[in-house]
Design a protein around this ligand. Structure first.
Ligand SMILES: NC(=O)c1ccc[n+]([C@@H]2O[C@H](COP(=O)([O-])OP(=O)(O)OC[C@H]3O[C@@H](n4cnc5c(N)ncnc54)[C@H](OP(=O)(O)O)[C@@H]3O)[C@@H](O)[C@H]2O)c1
Length: 312
């Protein structure tokens, strides 16, 4: 097995810097949540390198504005917009059925954080439903297109918040335990890492690899459910008030690196942060990856649970 992947890039690097010199002409990419926050900068960098990029969004007007803005800046590259609501399985099925031909890069970027208890009509806890189950259905629905690309990459945008919770298989949807918005977020972000582990195991023979990442801390719409006071408290507890926010361009860099760097050719099932592969970290840590998030048995179990959840 290849050792830990390191690159010349750092927490300060931007998406434009990590993609310099990479030509994505003829490649097709999807960025979920591509009309907000780091999704915009991820899409901008991929389109700037010549890829055809589809912004998969639930707010079509925001998608069109973003597509126009990116196209203006990158000069004529194709940026498309398609509706996708990850919390609605019919919408996900619609998206995958309409997708035609190859898919080289899938950036599973959309997400919600620390929302109050909400459930989908099928009773699934909303953060797990959106952040994990929606992307699970999307990616498995696109498997054929990914396999057809030859060397496709899946990017699973996770978070250091995965240290807050493993996937609690006994009660994923908080039916028998008290709801906690941060445990639910943490659980869904652990699921994002486990998904990369199992997708690589199942699909490497199709030339598909999947990796997960922590983008860093970036002020975006993601914090909509969290007060400034609570954010300050969390950041102080995590390592002092001196922690610096990244810009969206820096926040998109690790996603873009994982999606495109030749240093990751054939590499899958790993977790990156600040543009390098992370070391193993401990529960409650702010950096590194928890062992339970890379656990192959948990990854297989999550895949099976996800299949059966979607089927019922
Ligand atoms: N920002 C950070 O500090 C940070 C730290 C760690 C990890 N992350 C991860 O980075 C990713 C991107 O976050 P961000 O900071 O760029 O947040 P953001 O600006 O809020 O963007 C998230 C995107 O996800 C979309 N989304 C939410 N629910 C959806 C649904 N049901 N169907 C389709 N799209 C949906 C949002 O759409 P709407 O605009 O329609 O709501 C939005 O476009 C997330 O996965 C997040 O967990 C971010």
């Amino acid at each position: 097995m290849t050792g830990r992947i390191t690159t010349p890039f750092t927490a300060e690097s931007t998406a434009a810097e990590v993609i310099t010199g990479i030509d994505l002409t003829g490649r097709r990419a999807i960025v979920t949540g591509g009309a907000s926050g780091i999704g915009i900068e991820t899409a901008r960098a991929l389109a700037g390198a010549g890829a055809e990029v589809t912004l998969a969004v639930r707010d079509l007007e925001a998608g069109k504005r973003t597509a126009a803005d990116i196209t203006e800046g990158t000069g004529g590259n194709q940026v498309l917009v398609a509706p996708l609501d990850l919390a609605d399985q019919a919408s996900v099925a619609d998206f995958t059925e309409r997708w035609d031909d190859q898919l080289h890069i899938l950036v599973n970027n959309a997400g919600i954080m620390a929302s109050p208890l909400m459930r989908t009509p099928r009773g699934w806890e909303m953060q797990f439903a959106t952040n994990h189950l929606g992307h699970f259905a999307l990616t498995t629905g696109l498997h054929r297109a990914l396999a057809a690309a030859g060397g496709a990459r899946i990017v699973s945008v996770s978070s250091s918040a995965h240290h807050r919770s493993p996937v609690v298989f006994d009660d994923i949807h908080f039916e028998r335990r008290a709801y906690d918005p941060w445990l639910a977020y943490g659980q869904s972000k652990t699921a994002n890492v486990l998904f990369a582990v199992e997708a690589t195991k199942r699909w490497a023979s199709d030339g598909i690899t999947a990796n997960a990442l922590m983008p860093g801390g970036i002020r975006t719409n993601l914090q909509r459910y969290v007060t400034d006071q609570e954010l300050d408290r969390l950041r102080a507890a995590a390592g002092g008030a001196g922690l610096r926010w990244k810009t969206p361009e820096q926040g998109a860099a690790t996603s873009v690196l994982v999606a495109t760097s030749p240093l990751l050719d054939g590499i899958g099932g790993r977790y990156f942060e600040d543009c390098n592969e992370a070391e193993t970290g401990k529960l409650g840590a702010r950096s590194g990856v928890a062992e339970y998030a890379l656990d192959p048995e948990a990854a297989t179990r999550l895949w099976e649970v996800s299949v059966s959840t979607l089927a019922h």
